[in-house]
Design a protein around this ligand. Structure first.
Ligand SMILES: [Zn+2]
Length: 319
């Protein structure tokens, strides 16, 4: 099977429903189809009419499709549209808005929005070890776009803290490697120390700005500080890698998404972090097809309901 290499090829290829199923089955079960209900490998041959398999030995009356147990399971939207939306979201550098996806796929904006949040869940970084080596840490404020507000409102809102109405995002970047982010409730020492210790291996070289909250970290890390009041770079002591990521993130959020409720911010972080962390494999740049394939493989074994997304049951990103 020849995998599509570009958006155009993907659209043509996935316009055939059988290709969608074949592609998903290959990503889901690279070693042969396994029953998603009981894990048995004795599965009947694919029924091309019903687009299903049967678990021959254990429960032959319950057929299953490739969508069972995936983020698209209860969706009435065709797999061609799901796969195109995944291609767009994994590969558009600044993200893509639900309005654009809606018009490309001919679905409603609400449907596009819901699909995209599910895809972001698939893009969420899976747990791996702590970062180590040379690590930049920093925080930034997202949201609360005062400049677009009416003057009265703006005067009420701008109180000189720089952080009112904004959400604090912490980042840790391993130079030459991956990035982690987390939404924080404040920038006090306890919150920042916990964030650093959660994501960074003790003994690593740590670079931060002169924020007092980072002061206690020299015990566990080779911590060096760049005081931005004086300069931005002192040899290898700087946080420029993270500054670049923040500008990419803000360009996506304010340019493409216009505004993001703080409640949903971690999903946009997951999306941007996915594209950043999967931009290369060693020294080689990854291809759009590879990023697409990675996200597709992670569609399975996850669920996200509309109630969880919009209301009371939602969880925040674990960090
Ligand atoms: Zn079974």
């Amino acid at each position: 099977m020849r995998e599509p290499k570009s958006l155009q090829e993907a659209i043509v290829y996935f316009s055939n429903p059988d290709n969608c199923i074949a592609y998903l089955a290959m990503k889901r079960w690279p070693n042969g189809v396994v029953c998603p209900i009981c894990g048995s490998e004795s599965v009947s041959a694919f029924n091309a009419n019903r687009k299903t398999w049967k678990c021959a030995k254990h429960h032959p009356k319950r057929e299953f499709s490739v969508k069972v147990g995936s983020l698209a399971e209860d969706s009435a939207i065709g797999l061609d549209k799901w796969l195109t939306a995944i291609w767009l979201l994994t590969n558009c550098k600044n993200g893509i808005s639900s309005c654009e996806v809606a018009s490309h796929l001919k679905v409603t904006q609400k449907t596009a929005w819901f699909m995209m949040h599910r895809i972001r869940l698939a893009m969420q970084d899976e747990a791996f070890g702590k970062l180590n080596g040379h690590i930049e840490v920093d925080e930034t404020f997202i949201g609360g776009k005062a400049r677009n507000m009416h003057l009265d409102k703006r005067e009420r809102r701008i109180t000189g803290t720089g952080g009112k109405d904004k959400t604090i995002v912490f980042g840790a970047l391993e130079r030459g490697g991956k990035i982690r982010t987390a939404v924080l409730s404040d920038r006090k020492r306890a919150a920042l120390e916990t964030a650093v210790k959660t994501h960074v291996e003790a003994g690593s070289a740590l670079y931060s700005d002169a924020l007092k909250s980072y002061d206690g970290l020299a015990v566990d890390y080779a911590h060096q500080v760049i005081d931005h009041a004086e300069k931005y770079v002192d040899g290898q002591v700087h946080t420029n890698g993270l500054e670049n990521f923040w500008s990419l993130l803000k360009r996506g959020i304010s340019g493409t998404y216009v505004s993001v409720e703080p409640f949903h911010l971690f999903r946009y972080l997951d999306e941007q972090v996915f594209r950043y962390n999967n931009r290369k494999d060693g020294d080689r740049k990854t291809t759009p097809a590879e990023r697409f394939s990675m996200a597709v493989s992670r569609l399975f074994g996850k669920r996200l309901t509309f109630a969880e997304l919009t209301g009371k049951l939602a969880t925040t990103t674990p960090f």
